[in-house]
Design a protein around this ligand. Structure first.
Ligand code: 0O2
Length: 244
């Protein structure tokens, strides 16, 4: 997890793309596909190439977002972001998702149906900050917005709240431009607290969730909503005093 102020420290330069971390990602994909005897040699090369592109695209996206947020901070003397977290989806989670959606394990299905292999989460202080960040990203000419889900206005029936954008990042390769999908999740610290713990307690629970857990999680989500509202209101009051 990094502060936006420290974003530079997580940027991957060209050298770090052949770092041990990157090799682990590539190898683990190779392993899964290899063990399942699902791929032939040329598909194995394809998946390595795909993972290389995802890593390039993640670095590009981190840099672009960092620029957008830093510029916003410079102009407004205010940074709406608490922290940013990014990841390349693990092979287990990727394969589970394909399975959950009812697709066969293949490179083509991976490319077509899993749009969040690259994931960036932007955690903001207040609700108003979430809206600002969504606005900045949507306005930016750097990426194409493919789809959006506003789980803040319409929380999931699990109580989960977050704003999701699926975007495409143009990747300038030697001989062509490729468009790589990524998911950006934007939410407040309070929503992030709920989502992180919900993910551990319930989200990937195998089988039917006990009713009492469901009901209590929903009650927690309602508390989170009113906390966010209260914090927003308190901040607005303080801002008025500061303006006097
Ligand atoms: P993980 O663990 O992040 O890998 P879609 O393709 O749009 O039909 P998808 O991709 O499930 O379906 O879309 P959605 O609803 O936007 O969810 C994307 C991600 O949001 C999930 O990725 C989770 O990270 C998170 N998410 C969605 N619903 C919940 C929820 O109820 N609780 C929590 N804690 N997180 C949620 P993955 O791949 O499912 O999981």
């Amino acid at each position: 997890m990094v502060n936006t102020a420290d974003c530079g420290s997580v940027m991957q330069g060209f050298d770090s793309l052949i770092s041990p971390h990157f090799k682990i990602e590539v190898n683990s994909y190779e392993l899964i596909f290899f063990k399942g005897r699902i791929i032939n040699m040329s598909e194995k090369i394809d998946i390595n190439e795909l993972m290389l592109k995802y890593n390039f695209a993640l670095s590009t996206l981190e840099t672009q977002l960092n620029i957008l947020i830093r510029e916003y901070e410079f102009k407004n003397k205010y940074n709406p972001v608490e922290h940013i977290k990014s990841r390349i989806k693990t092979e287990k989670s990727t394969l589970d998702k394909l399975k959950r959606k009812g697709y066969e394990l293949s490179l083509n299905n991976l490319k077509t149906h899993v749009k969040d292999i690259i994931g960036i989460r932007i955690v903001c202080s207040f609700l108003s900050d979430v809206n600002e960040i969504v606005y900045i990203i949507k306005k930016s000419k750097q990426f194409k917005i493919v789809s959006e889900k506003n789980y803040i206005e319409n929380p999931k029936d699990t109580g989960y709240m977050s704003y999701h954008l699926i975007i495409e990042i143009p990747l300038y390769l030697n001989e062509k431009i490729e468009y790589i999908p990524a998911e950006i999740q934007i939410r407040t610290v309070a929503m992030d607290f709920f989502a992180t713990l919900d993910h551990k307690i319930r989200y990937k629970f195998p089988g039917k969730i006990p009713d009492e857990v469901k009901v209590e999680m929903l009650a927690c989500s309602t508390v989170i909503q009113s906390l966010d509202k209260k914090m927003y209101e308190l901040n607005e009051i303080v801002k008025k005093y500061n303006d006097l």
